[in-house]
Ligand binder design. Structure first.
Ligand code: FPP
Length: 241
């Protein structure tokens, strides 16, 4: 779908994607899972560029959950190798559009050299404001919420909803408007549970490596077709209350 066929005011500011199905996509092609992850990186970059072109400001991708860290070491090594060999270049390319990169998750659980690459990528983009990319690595939403609550406890603060939002890794960013999951499963798998409170959810049967730019357009068109009432009635929304 071309840019001008999606209503300007209906573009989500923040899209989050659960990139599921790399392994099954590779298996169906009699290739190793690592091949699926490689293709997944290419698609991740392509979708980020397309989303920015459409006017999206923030993109969050779920690259590795804390639970995924229990996968066979060989598969994890393959993912870490992708970070070592491709992450800096890929992020430079996408972030050149003015986006600040944030790694969200328990990065201390990752190999030390990988942590350094991630820190360098973040550092190179820290002057950008207004647009952002969050890459969730060793991420779990419950752990993120507990971490935020503990930060408040340490400071002797009483939490409010606003304050808890600020203390999350995504503090200062708008909540995701649209969360997309590829790979046929219909669940959030401990991803952005707090931030997802009012998000539209979109589930695709496509495996992540085959989720195309026009599939993203379709997801955005689905988002655009929804009226976001935030608990109000249609009549209140029409009156602008
Ligand atoms: C889930 O598919 C995907 C992952 C655990 C990894 C996602 C990673 C990428 C798309 C590449 C981006 C990576 C980096 C390093 C930033 P799955 O393997 O669980 O697929 P399956 O459900 O078919 O087994």
């Amino acid at each position: 779908m071309a840019k001008n066929t999606i209503k300007g005011n209906a573009i989500p500011k923040h899209i989050a994607i659960i990139m599921d199905g790399n392994g099954r996509w590779a298996k169906a092609r009699l290739r190793p899972r690592s091949y699926g992850h490689k293709k997944g990186v290419d698609r991740m970059i392509g979708l980020m560029e397309h989303a920015f072109d459409l006017g999206v400001d923030y993109i969050t991708v779920y690259a590795l959950s804390t639970e995924n860290l229990r996968r066979p070491q060989k598969e994890l090594d393959g993912l870490f190798e992708l970070i070592r060999t491709r992450f800096l270049d890929c992020m430079r390319k996408v972030c050149a559009r003015g986006a600040r990169l944030r790694i969200i998750g328990e990065r201390a659980l990752l190999p030390a050299d990988v942590q350094e690459i991630l820190a360098q990528s973040e550092d190179e983009t820290k002057h950008f404001t207004g647009k952002g990319i969050n890459v969730a690595l060793a991420y779990g939403s419950r752990a993120e919420i507990v971490r935020a609550a503990n930060l408040a406890v340490e400071k002797g603060e009483t939490l409010t909803e606003e304050r808890l939002s600020e203390l999350l890794y995504t503090g200062g960013q708008p909540d995701p408007d649209l969360i997309i999951r590829t790979g046929k499963e219909v669940r959030l798998s401990n991803f952005l549970l707090w931030q997802a409170a009012y998000a539209e959810l979109y589930f695709s049967d496509k495996m992540f490596p085959e989720f195309s730019d026009s599939d993203l357009d379709e997801a955005i068109a689905y988002f655009s077709s929804k009226t976001r009432r935030y608990g109000k009635t249609d009549e209140q929304i029409e009156k602008g209350e």
